[in-house]
Design a protein around this ligand. Sequence first.
Ligand code: SAH
Length: 275
Amino acid sequence: MPEASAAPAADKIADIYDRFTSVDVQGSNLHFGYWTDPTADIPVEDATDTLTDLLMAKLDIGPDSHMLDIGCGVGGPAVRIAESTGAQVTGISISGQQVSMANALASTKGVSDRVRFRVEDATRMPFAEETFDAVVAIESMMHMPSRQDVLTSIGRLLRPGGQVVLTDTVQRAPIPAAKQAAVDRFFTSFGSTIVPVEDYIRLLQQSGLWFEEIRDVTEHTIRKAWQVLAQRIVELRPQLEAVYDADMVAAFDPSELLEVPQIGYVVVAARRPTR
Ligand code: SAH
């Protein structure tokens, strides 16, 4: 499933996520969690915060910094990072419903003076060059028609020396033919693509970014998250069926992906070169 072949349409993704705001899956985080010990019985709500914290720990930001969150969901990660670091944060999402909820969360948490969310398409970001000290993109790159184009924009929007930290689902090895249909069903239903993990260094280099780290955290993240989600989907079915058609609800169930270890999850860190 090369990224160009299934280029998702932004309006389709906006619609999926607008509807998703009525389904409470795991509070204000719409990302898979990080289980430090994957065998431990840690609630998904804690694991999702742990993933945010792991990414935040890589960022060298403080009260004088301005961070961009690309694909901000309903605001949980951006608000958490702003509370911990004191940074100013701009979050963008293609979903208007999400942006409303995210701004409400910032207000509830008392950080709306420096955490602002707005509807923007990451493929056309209207910010000036060198606006941001850091960029995060947690599980949003998989929705982009071209990761290359978005990474190139990130390279332009960062100040020299500024950092980008993102997470993405990747292909760690060729997917067996018998599993391909299950993989396609899950990812394309969400308007997502996956790329071979080895593509990432080239993507970063061609975006003018300095590669710093690609860490495979599959066993701590999606392996466990998909087990939890497969169970939770049973409880969530009435809520999901109220907003999505039957094919979409079926595609939400990641049970079959538990048997596809070729799909992985990575944390990627890079930096705009200093002058
Ligand atoms: N980062 C959030 C949400 C992840 S879900 C979290 O960790 O909780 C993926 C997010 O990407 C959603 O907010 C979705 O609206 C956003 N997204 C997808 N395509 C986008 C685009 N073209 N421009 C901006 N945001 C986009």
